[in-house]
Design a protein around this ligand. Structure first.
Ligand code: NDP
Length: 454
């Protein structure tokens, strides 16, 4: 039953969603896990639960016209995919990056549905963005773009309808401009976006949440194997929000991060990226808008390796280490990278980014006995604190940093437990991919069965 279920479902998905490779990849992985469930619970197959989760409930696609500083009219394409709201309002980030297209938005919204379900908070799945490149744009251009994007989107949002947040290219500044325009058009001050600044409804620890949550998840993966983070050498990719706070929490817990990267290449610091160096990187990336290559000029014992498109692999992943935490973007680890990670002694991989590992890389990790956590479980800390931000907004309160951190820590432990228990229950112990997919699916699937065909 399982093989034919996945085969038939994927044939339909390829036919109905042609050319959307990232979306196919994300669906295939979940379908293989759900096949284990429907063998025991055919009611999900009978009610076509996964088929209904796969089809976005709504996908909004719109032009975003804006005027640049030289007075020229520019046009980008905006998206919001409202995937599933069985367990709460649509919830998911907003990405501004030239690589954004419908397939990327759909894969992210699909993944988000399972991730949000795993947090056990009341959040459905969604994702949005635009193929706009914020790099090199002036502050005024960013503001005009955000205002135009929101002018179309606001009618589809609301605190109980759809609550966007940030993602690649969308941080506190962009959330401010987006929220400002939403407020102006709707005439209401509501918690319709998360990732807001602290003074106007933001949650403490939201910027840190994805990175901290990732490391809390890794701590759990190690703990059940009788290990700790102390002195573990860690490879981190990316130098944005998730990567920075991953490195910060690794340092807190005694680990030794040795790499970071951006789209220009990666740095390797054999002495470790300590707190002072991280602070320098945060200033470089968040204030000065510089490139990670500058790190090797500032710290001469470190090396910078530029991206080389002629290689079939990224040499960052050939660096010997104990743990790898990809925190940049999707599909950044291919099968060749996975082979290098295995050769280099890495025994644990946990995703900070969304789907950074290609399917054959994940297969190679499992075959080599590497403990592997998919992003929908290990990077759920960000959306979890967004959920806590929604709760604070609706009760007009603000919790202390300690309170939010304690809740985040508990949520990451609970997600870890759900993944481990579901994997055991369905005969795939230690497999966090199946555990996360099954855990996320059952909560949404049960809600859908209970709510009827809507
Ligand atoms: P940022 O924009 O803050 O940082 C992204 C980093 O990744 C930058 O260093 C960027 O380099 C690099 N990067 C982005 N695209 C590419 C690419 N195509 N090739 C190489 N490098 C790239 O984003 P975040 O840190 O917020 O997000 C990183 C990942 O984590 C994404 O997959 C996102 O979906 C995921 N995520 C984020 C959450 C959050 O709370 N922010 C929550 C859960 C998941 P450069 O500056 O050169 O572009």
């Amino acid at each position: 039953m399982s093989t034919s279920y996945v085969h038939d479902l994927m044939a339909h998905v390829r036919d109905f969603h042609p050319g959307e490779t990232e979306f196919h990849q994300a669906v295939q992985e979940v379908a293989e896990s759900v096949a284990l469930v429907i063998d025991r619970h055919p009611e999900y197959a009978k009610a076509k639960v996964l088929e209904r989760i796969i089809e976005p409930q709504r996908a909004i696609l719109f032009g975003v016209p804006w005027v640049d500083d030289s007075g020229e009219v520019q046009i980008n394409r905006g998206y919001r995919v409202q995937q599933n709201n069985a367990v709460g309002p649509y919830k998911g980030g907003t990405r501004f990056h030239p690589s954004v297209n419908l397939a990327v938005m759909k894969f992210l919204a699909f993944e988000q549905t399972f991730k949000n379900s795993l947090t056990a908070l009341n959040m459905g799945g969604g994702k949005g963005g635009a193929d706009f490149d914020p790099k090199g744009k002036s502050d005024a251009e960013i503001m005009r773009f955000c205002q135009s994007y929101m002018t179309e989107l606001y009618r589809h949002l609301g605190p109980n309808v759809d609550v966007p947040a940030g993602d690649i290219g969308v941080g506190g500044r962009e959330i401010g401009y987006l929220f400002g325009q939403y407020k102006r058009l709707s005439g209401e001050f509501t918690g319709t976006m998360t990732g807001k600044r602290l003074a106007w409804g933001g949650s403490k620890l939201r910027p840190e949440a994805t990175g901290y949550g990732l490391v809390y998840f890794v701590e759990q993966m190690l703990e059940v194997r009788g290990e700790r983070l102390d002195d573990k050498v860690c490879l981190v990719s990316g130098a944005g929000n998730v990567a920075q706070f991953t490195v910060e929490k690794l340092l807190d817990l005694g680990a030794k991060p040795v790499t970071m990267s951006d789209s220009g290449g990666f740095i390797y610091d054999p002495e470790g990226i300590d707190s002072d160096k991280l602070y320098w990187i945060q200033d470089l990336k968040n204030v000065r808008g510089g490139r990670i290559a500058e790190y090797a000029d500032r710290y001469p014992r470190a090396t910078f390796t530029p991206v080389d498109a002629s290689l079939d692999h990224n040499p960052l992943w050939s660096t010997p280490a104990d743990i790898a935490l990809p925190c940049a973007t999707q599909n950044e680890i291919n099968a060749a990278d996975a082979a290098h990670l295995i050769e280099g002694g890495v025994r644990l991989v946990a995703e900070g980014a969304n789907m950074p590992s290609q399917a054959d890389a994940v297969e190679a990790f499992h075959e080599a006995g590497i403990v592997f956590a998919p992003g929908k479980a290990s990077n759920a800390g960000g959306v979890a604190v967004s959920g806590l931000e929604m709760a604070q907004n609706s009760s007009h309160s603000q919790w202390s940093r300690g309170e939010v951190d304690a809740k985040l820590h508990q949520i990451m432990k609970d997600i870890h437990r759900t993944c481990a228990e579901r994997a055991d229950e369905y005969g795939v112990p230690g497999n966090y991919v199946h555990g996360a997919n099954i855990g996320g699916f059952i909560r949404v699937g049960d809600a859908m069965l209970q709510q009827g065909v809507v």
